[in-house]
Structures are given as C-alpha cells and as structure tokens.
Design a binder for this molecule. Structure first.
Ligand SMILES: [Fe+2]
Ligand SMILES: [Fe+2]
Length: 157
C-alpha cells in the first residue's frame, strides 16, 4: 500500500488508536474486498485519506476535532459495493455514494449529524448542494481529492 507523508512513530500510534475499534469491525473490513482506484482497495483508500486528514489538522494546529475527523474520514467511502460493476447505480456512483456511506456509518456506528454531513459533502463540488460546512468536512473534502488524484495518476501506464 502506498503511504505518502507517513506519520512519525508517535503520531502513527495515536492514529491507529483512534481507529482501532473501527479497524476491527467486520463491516469495515469488508471495504478490503472492493477496489477503489487501480490496485488500491476502498479500505486502503479510506485509511490513506484519514492519514492525510490527520496530517493537515496537525499542521494547522488541530483546530478540528482530531478523533472525529479521523474516524469520519475512515468511513467516508463506507458504501460497501463494487462501483466498477456495470449496474445502473454504479454509473452515478460519484453522486450517490456519499449518501450511502453516511447512512451506513450512521446505522452501524451512530455517528453525529455533523459527521454525517461531512461524509455527505466529501464529493463537493460534484454534489452541488452538499457543501462542506465544518472544518472537519473541508479537510476531508480536500484530503479525498488529493489521495484520489494520486491513486488515479498511478493507474496510468
Ligand atoms: Fe468518495
Ligand atoms: Fe474517497
């Protein structure tokens, strides 16, 4: 798995601790079965986005709630299906998966309304009227684009 801007040892321990219960959950582990971009699984993608969120928040003085941010980022693509299958719903995946992931995260992990809104708005501006409205949501939205761009670029031959 690629790891850009890997965390220092202490931060890695803190990062893993924040996510430890989610990482042990069978439903979360199911994200290992789906490919996000190229050879990267959805699980790896979510972990990487969470890591970049951690780095951004730390760099800017932790003005966002670190635990909430990292957990939300880890669940931001918790939609649990293979979007590469040629089904109708997968053609509009970009627009619909934030809502599905947010619903799953709410159902299984009882996330807060603020966290739910952050997941729903992570694809903005694609989802025009789901605009990030919190610091956590903005960081997630940016980190996801950064990681997705790298993953997509690495797919090219
Ligand atoms: Fe997404
Ligand atoms: Fe994503």
């Amino acid at each position: 798995m690629f790891k850009v801007n890997a965390l220092g040892a202490q931060d890695e321990v803190r990062f893993q601790k924040i996510l430890s219960s989610l990482m042990m959950d069978q439903r979360v582990k199911e994200m290992k079965l789906y490919i996000q971009h190229g050879v990267i699984t959805t699980y790896e993608h979510c972990e990487q986005v969470a890591r970049i969120c951690y780095i951004i928040n730390k760099y800017f003085g932790e003005k966002a709630d670190m635990e909430s941010l990292v957990r939300t980022a880890f669940l931001h693509d918790f939609y649990l299906y293979d979007w590469h299958e040629k089904k109708l719903k997968n053609k509009i995946h970009g627009f619909t998966h934030p809502g599905i992931a947010a619903k799953n995260a709410k159902k299984y992990f009882n996330i807060t309304e603020k966290e739910k809104r952050a997941i729903e708005s992570h694809m903005w501006p694609l989802t025009l009227h789901k605009i990030p409205t919190s610091r956590e949501a903005w960081i997630l939205c940016m980190a996801d684009k950064y990681v997705a761009s790298i993953e997509t670029a690495m797919m090219r031959k």
